[in-house]
Design a protein around this ligand. Structure first.
Ligand code: 5GP
Ligand code: ZN
Length: 112
């Protein structure tokens, strides 16, 4: 599924430029435009859905694929010493882009 009004779907379609780090048939990883850590990547499923709470069995398989790929991607991109994964779910968490994404934060000692 694609949403033509979604920024991340537009990045997937090549309509908005992004610094791509990794891509396969299920996911894309690119640099966050406003990094909150020395390394700040965003991993997104190619299939558009808004929220973690919208995950079903099929989407969970894609999330599983993403979680299995992320350690190597993180290691290859300056996070060999550790990193943090974040999914913001909804308004109280400050989610601003409603296409499910996993933040990959690292490249420095992260405050908690
Ligand atoms: P959220 O707050 O929804 O969890 O995170 C959305 C993230 O997307 C933010 O960290 C923001 O900087 C990033 N972002 C928003 N628009 C763009 C864009 O057009 N390009 C890129 N690369 N990142 C974006
Ligand atoms: Zn989307």
């Amino acid at each position: 599924m694609t949403d033509k009004n979604c920024i991340f779907c537009r990045i997937l379609a090549g309509e908005i430029p992004a610094t791509k780090i990794y891509e396969d048939d299920k996911m894309l990883v690119f640099k966050d435009i406003e990094p909150k850590a020395e390394v700040h990547l965003l991993a997104i499923p190619k299939d558009h859905f808004k929220l973690l709470s919208e995950a079903d069995e099929t989407r969970a398989e894609i999330l599983k694929h993403m979680l299995l790929k992320i350690p190597q991607i993180a290691k290859d991109n300056g996070c060999g010493n550790g990193y943090r994964l974040v999914i913001n779910q909804g308004d109280d968490a400050g989610q601003t882009v409603f296409h499910l994404h996993i933040h990959i934060l690292g490249g420095e000692i992260l405050p908690w």
